[in-house]
Design a protein around this ligand. Structure first.
Ligand SMILES: C[S@@+](CC[C@H](N)C(=O)[O-])C[C@H]1O[C@@H](n2cnc3c(N)ncnc32)[C@H](O)[C@@H]1O
Length: 247
């Protein structure tokens, strides 16, 4: 198996930017996945991935992540910035980037003049790369689950989940908890690829549960303002964006 940092050769002899990664479940099972595609990890592990496996995936992937996202024509940060413009989010707003990874969103927002950006992520390696860029006022190593203690994260004007509200990552069941980080009138904005196989949207991601979560949020005064398609998100394919607001 090629090392983590070396590129792999494709059938036509070209060097692929996608690096192979080994994820081990238990003692006996090890699988090779293509690092550039979380969907492959999901499929290799038989249709479910624990958060610990996801974290391992991103810890291994961290060094190559930014380069791969460039190769894949990742538009996520620009998509969120455009939404900020549309919603007239002011430059001084307190922003919490949940699943901030290597900080691509922070770089985009800081370049546009936003100066109060905070991030949390469960992968120490993704955060290590992020820290070098200096775009975030604070970065916390946090695994977000429905009952994670988020009391130190309060009064944010915007909470963003860019490519992190998705199967195997942060589940819709966490949104109620994350909404406690918002100030009154604050927005929760999520975006993700629509290229994720529909079969992955099981359990807390299935349509009924998603509707239930939104119903419960609305009783708490957190209203879903928008859920729509974006023409280009990653790999020149579409994505989805959602906006919720704490009234
Ligand atoms: C696809 S990456 C997206 C990173 C960044 N938001 C971006 O757009 O480039 C997903 C990130 O979410 C983080 N993540 C996934 N599940 C998480 C969880 N439950 N709690 C905290 N971070 C999580 C991963 O560690 C990874 O850095």
């Amino acid at each position: 198996m090629p090392s983590q940092s070396s590129s792999s050769s494709s059938a036509n002899g070209l060097i692929s930017p996608i690096r192979p990664v080994r994820i081990t479940r238990g003692k006996s099972e090890s699988v090779m996945v293509n690092e550039g595609c979380f969907v492959n990890l999901w499929n290799h592990l038989g249709g479910s991935v624990t958060l610990t496996e996801t974290r391992r995936f991103y810890d291994i992937k961290a060094n190559a992540y930014d380069e791969e996202m460039t190769e894949l024509n990742y538009k996520g940060p620009k998509v969120i910035f455009e939404k900020f413009r549309e919603l007239r989010i002011s430059r001084g707003s307190r922003i919490l980037d949940v699943g901030c990874g290597t900080g691509l969103l922070g770089v985009e927002l800081k370049a546009a003049g936003f100066c109060q950006i905070h991030g949390i992520d469960m992968s120490s390696e993704m955060l290590r790369i992020n820290r070098k860029k200096g775009s975030y006022l604070s970065l916390g190593l946090t695994m977000v689950e429905p009952d994670t203690d988020l009391t130190s994260l309060r009064d944010f004007d915007v909470v963003c989940l860019l490519s992190s509200l998705r199967p195997g990552h942060i589940s819709p069941a966490c949104l109620e908890n994350l909404s406690t980080c918002l100030t009154s009138g604050g927005y929760l904005i999520w975006a993700r690829s629509s290229d994720i196989p529909s079969g992955h949207f099981t359990d807390s991601f299935d349509e009924d549960t998603w509707s239930e979560v939104k119903g419960k949020l609305s009783t708490l005064g957190i209203l879903c303002l928008e859920e729509s398609f974006i023409e280009l998100f990653v790999r020149d394919k579409p994505g989805m964006i959602g906006v919720l607001r704490k009234m």
